[in-house]
Ligand binder design. Structure first.
Ligand code: GLY
Ligand code: MN
Ligand code: MN
Length: 447
């Protein structure tokens, strides 16, 4: 059923949270500007079947509304209200077939909009919303196509005049909005803790049920059961890669049999109340790491811990990656997989043969969340409320040359989710074991 987003923080005043976000957006705009924000389109899967609807993160962030076919207007000082909403009217027959709606009055009341209209009126009302405004703030090139609608309207206002004055400027809405989304509020962090807890419990359940001979998709099913039984859904397609499949970064087929000597890499995260978890753990199918696996695993674990230690307020956003790379390079030299001077290997990025992705990405409503990493050519400084992953890895596909056979067909990643605090960071995903002894105990105790 469609609903205004909520969380288990039941007493929380979500209307005030959304209003505060709109106020902050207005403060970033000119006082005579207007912002037009559209809901995501519904997507067809095949013939009569649509994908389950997921509201666009920007639209949900500013309104809390998760129905399709909706547009929000934020127009300071507008005669018909600062926050206007266009949405679908009630329709008993369609609601019988495809689900309930808030309707115009229901949405206005629930969202605290100053005014609400039938979405069918949007085209005719748009010139009046743009008239006399200095700039219109828009998502450019997003899948809603709202930029084309506004451009067409601006062209019409210029050619047909009728005393209306179109805005002189089009501004990118995402610049201010995505900078806002990069730093999470207390309410958002509460949602992210819950997404992380649900994700963590599902990973533990998967480790507890692994047995050689089962299929990768059986572990994916355990993960998804954990998510859905908690009222969540996957935030991105689940990756369960055994052995060499763990070296394919976005392996989502999950179709192979898990063999006794394999490490199993699971990268899976739940989306709860619109916020994503993103966890990777790597564990032995047999319940025990062999010596070579353990050597590689210890390098990745040390890199994960070094990156977490670098996740501090005041540090540049790339500090965790630099810390992880230093540990990975030292480990690869120690194991004889790379030769040469440490600083040269780092400068030439030779480690990318085995660790080819970044250590961190912002995390929030989108699993790869929005917000710049650099501003004016400098790395963003980490501040309390910024949330991101820490996910070093080592990947050694079977065909890798000049590597001892014992290390081949091995993919390892250890991914945690963190939020920067006043004096360090909170690891949201600490509940899932990552120490090798703890992983072995967990699997042994479940047998
Ligand atoms: N699960 C996607 C990622 O780790 O970035
Ligand atoms: Mn991940
Ligand atoms: Mn990630």
């Amino acid at each position: 059923m469609n609903q205004i987003s909520d969380t288990d923080t039941e007493s929380f005043d979500w209307s005030a949270e959304y209003a505060d976000r709109r106020t902050r957006l207005i403060e970033s705009m000119g006082e005579n500007d207007v912002a037009v924000i559209a809901a995501a389109p519904e997507k067809n899967r095949n013939n009569d079947v649509t994908y389950p609807y997921r509201a666009a993160s920007d639209f949900r962030y500013l309104t809390g509304f998760i129905e399709p076919k909706a547009i929000a207007i934020i127009a300071p000082g507008h005669a018909e209200g600062e926050f206007q909403l266009f949405c679908r009217p009630r329709h008993p027959e369609q609601e019988t077939w495809v689900g309930r709606r808030f309707g115009i009055d229901g949405a206005r009341a629930a969202l605290g909009a100053d005014n609400a209209f039938d979405i069918a009126e949007f085209r005719d009302r748009l010139p009046g919303l743009l008239d006399g405004r200095a700039a219109v703030h828009l998502a450019l090139g997003d899948e809603s196509g709202i930029d084309r609608r506004v451009l067409t309207t601006l062209t019409g206002m210029r050619s047909q005049g009728r005393g209306r004055v179109p805005p002189a400027r089009i501004e990118r809405l995402d610049i201010a909005l995505h900078a806002m989304r990069r730093t999470k509020s207390a309410a958002e962090i509460a949602c992210m803790r819950r997404a992380a807890d649900i994700s963590a419990a599902a990973h533990i359940a998967a480790m507890q049920c692994v047995r050689p001979g089962m299929a990768e998709y059986e572990l994916a099913a355990t993960i998804h059961h954990g998510f859905e039984a908690a009222g969540a859904h996957w935030a991105y397609p689940t990756i369960v890669g055994a052995g060499a499949n763990g070296c394919v970064l976005h392996y989502i087929e999950n179709a192979d049999v898990i063999n006794a000597g394999n490490l199993v890499l699971i990268d899976a995260g739940a989306e709860y109340a619109g916020y994503a978890g993103d966890i990777t753990r790597t564990f032995p199918a047999s319940g025990c790491f062999n010596t070579a696996q353990r050597r590689l695993y210890d390098v990745v674990l040390a890199a994960n811990k070094a990156a977490l230690a670098a996740a501090q307020p005041g540090e540049p956003a790339n500090a965790p990656h630099q810390a992880a790379v230093a540990v990975i390079v030292d480990g690869l030299i120690e194991l004889g997989l790379l030769t040469g001077a440490r600083d040269d290997i780092i400068a030439n990025q030779d480690y990318r043969a085995f660790f080819m992705h970044g250590t961190s990405h912002w995390l929030g409503m989108d699993v790869h969340d929005v917000g710049d990493y650099k501003e004016n050519g400098e790395w963003v400084t980490l501040e309390p409320g910024m949330a991101f992953t820490v996910e070093p890895g080592l990947y050694i596909p079977p065909e890798t040359e000049n590597v001892p056979a014992e290390y081949l067909a091995t993919g390892i990643r250890i991914e945690d989710d963190v939020v920067i605090t006043d004096n360090g960071c909170e690891v949201l995903t600490a509940d899932v074991p990552k120490e090798p002894d703890a992983i072995e105990r967990l699997i042994a105790n479940a047998k």
